[in-house]
Design a protein around this ligand. Sequence first.
Ligand code: NZQ
Ligand code: ZN
Length: 385
Amino acid sequence: MKNFEFVNPVKIYFGKDQISKLAGELIPYQKIMLVYGKGSIKTNGVYKQIKTALHDKDIIEFQGVEPNPVYETLMKAVEVARREKVDFLLAAGGGSVIDGTKFIAAAIKYEVGDPWNIVVKNEKISNAVKFGTVLTLPATGSEMNSGAVITRKSCNEKLAFGSPLLFPVFSILDPETMYSLPDSQIANGIVDAFIHVTEQYLTFNMNAAVQDAWAVSLLKVLKTEGPKVLKNRNDYDSNANLMWAACMALNGLLTAGVFTDWSTHMIGHEITALFGIDHAKTLAIVLPGVLTVMQDDKKEKLIHYANNVWEIYGEDEDQLISEVIDKTEDFFKSLGIGVRLSDYNIPETAIDIICNKLEEKNYIKLGEKRNINPEIVKQILALRK
Ligand code: NZQ
Ligand code: ZN
């Protein structure tokens, strides 16, 4: 295991009626900006619960953060927040609203120059407005991590950034908020969380027994509880298990002490930027290709995954690996997620464009061993036509 430092300061309120806890959390703040998406919080009762909890607070609202949050929109929120001297941001929604709020929090304090530099130049964030979240879609783990992904429309770029100053102060996870999610978003959430775990686990053996055991447990929970949620949308316990598993999948615990892959995400982000496909769906396309092409490097972990998560065994290692990759792909399909570029009408010609985009950004050494170059990305995507 590698040396590591670990800190996660996010206070979690988990369970029914926890949105009422906002009142206590926001006592120190004078001017709050509630940031949300297109309006689902208005129809599922979350908005009302927030307003009730904060009835005596001075709140302004910023509505309209879109899925795959867009810099151009977020800068409008930055302008309002600066003008109104907002001292706390409250994000209510899924990963996009939370990521967007992270950008707004940093950008408000980035007063000289274009805040896009935070994203494109990875400039160190030295100050940010404090923020909390009310999560309504379990998927990204953004509610308990300090990273975010933002898209700039004018240049079609989708880029990740982060800072220790971008951990939420608190996050409220009420599984009942999930009841209004469309099935497709539940399926997206299962797949995104599943692949967050594989990005950190399906690498090479680092004798990190705790992290490996956590990864196995989370994958098993996602694989059993996820479909239960889709079958019985209002089953509180399976919603709760999915929500907590997705949160734990990307809060730093699995990453501590190990090398991580993230190539599926890097390739996936290009597909979203170019074709607007949901984040999780791009991952479902790419992951089986990464596991197939990189199977020699990942052999030991793939066998561990086959034995421990899928409980399949066999003497012939190549056969076992091929079987477990098929099982993974079938699992995504069983959730109603397409796993091929053609499922989304993405033409074969897109493969070169995706590789060129990665190369332009110098993303030419991906994966846990930094050996996935654009030529290998081409091989990966060629398997996913
Ligand atoms: O706009 P609203 O009205 O909020 O509707 C949203 C949106 O249309 C809707 N929704 C959310 N909660 C709902 C609901 N509809 C009904 N009932 C509810 N309770 O769902 C739609 C999708 O929401 P979005 O926030 O875009 O989904 P998700 O949570 O999957 O977030 C995806 C974004 O997160 C980034 C992705 O790249 C993508 O931009 N990621 C962030 C990460 C991080 N910060 O750590 C890691 C991830 O790998 C990922 O890259
Ligand atoms: Zn993801």
